[in-house]
Ligand binder design. Structure first.
Ligand code: MEV
Length: 331
């Protein structure tokens, strides 16, 4: 248990600032929606940032320049994902009285939301904004929350974004640790026996997770026996990968990534660009590569020897990557 959000917030009288990381799924996306295990890790090179300041202006003002939004909370539809986070945060606290009590002489708050995580790209942008916003409200209004509470609330918002999310994105971002995730089961943080290097390549194509998840569901409805077998294979890959990561045998993850990518292709969630990037990374010497997240666009990942990370990133850029990130996975 313990108090959540610690370690990523800065708080001064009248001002709170919180940052939440992005994430990548190493193994098991899509199959995780059907109860199979998946592995995800935080990526701190990209993040969502929320700053709350006391204001002499009445009300709760949201300023999200990335999406050209500047509005008072009550002027937004209640199912707007940002408004929904705030409404759900206040729901158990009988909002107006709670806010007045906590605000002392101040009349309202200004909430500034920015993010370096590309939207609909498989890096968890929606979940990161939700987690940062919940943690910022919790700290600014001196209403401590546990990680479990933050995670549960962020999951409610994921349902608005994605329809039927497994909960892996909000979980890895809330705990900001590597997670072995099985839907509906207690959270398991896994140990990284030996750090390893991953290059992330962004196609720059935004692809809503909801659509890819919906399309996989249509395939599954039409032939459950076939797709359950595919999900089983992916689940087995994720289990093996966890063992290898814990034992520090990360070089061997490359082949598992390749196998996982082939199964995602079969599931129709890859794309020409993702396949080209995966191929380019392998040709440049990566041990293995796969798409990461919902697919159809967004990002892919390649497992590399640290010495060739820059070369692989260069090859991805030549193949058309809009951005690349080199990240070290550790505990
Ligand atoms: C999205 O990051 C991962 C998916 O498996 C969807 C989910 O788990 O909710 C595609």
């Amino acid at each position: 248990m313990g108090i959540g959000c610690a370690g990523r917030l800065l708080s001064f009288p009248g001002m709170t600032s919180v940052s939440a990381p992005g994430k990548i799924i190493l193994f098991g996306e899509h199959a995780v929606v059907y109860g199979r295990p998946a592995l995800a890790v935080p990526v701190t090179q990209v993040h969502a940032d929320v700053e709350i300041s006391d204001s002499s202006k009445d009300g709760i003002w949201i300023d999200a320049p990335d999406i050209h939004l500047h509005a008072e909370l009550n002027s937004l539809p209640s199912d707007h994902p940002l408004a929904a986070v705030i409404h759900k945060f206040f729901a158990p606290l009988s909002s107006p009285h709670f806010l007045k009590e906590k605000m002392g002489g101040q009349r309202g708050v200004e909430i500034k939301i920015t993010s370096t995580i590309p939207v609909a790209s498989g890096l968890g942008s929606g979940a990161a904004v939700s987690v940062a916003l919940i943690c910022a409200l919790s700290s600014h209004l001196s209403h401590p929350m546990t990680n479990e509470q933050v995670n549960a609330l962020a999951y409610e918002i994921e349902k608005i974004h994605h329809g039927t999310p497994s909960g892996i994105d909000n979980t890895v971002i809330t705990y900001a640790k590597p997670v072995y995730f099985v839907k509906g089961q207690p959270i398991e943080i896994f140990r990284v026996g030996k750090p390893f290097t991953v290059v992330i390549g962004d196609t720059g194509i935004s692809a809503p997770t909801k659509e890819a998840v919906g399309d996989v569901c249509v395939l599954w409805e039409a032939d459950k026996a076939r797709w359950e077998k595919v999900f089983d294979k992916i689940g087995e890959i994720a289990k093996k990968a966890k063992e290898k990561i814990e034992n520090g045998e990360s070089e061997e993850l490359g082949e598992l990534m390749n196998q996982n990518h082939a199964l995602l292709q079969e599931m129709t969630v890859s794309s020409q660009e993702l396949d080209q990037f995966v191929e380019a990374a392998r040709k440049a010497g990566a041990w293995g590569a796969k798409l990461s997240g919902g697919g159809r666009g967004g990002n892919m990942i390649a497992l590399v020897k640290p010495e060739i990370a820059e070369t692989v990133a260069g090859s991805l850029k030549e193949a058309g990557a809009k951005n690349t990130i080199i990240t070290t996975i550790n505990s």
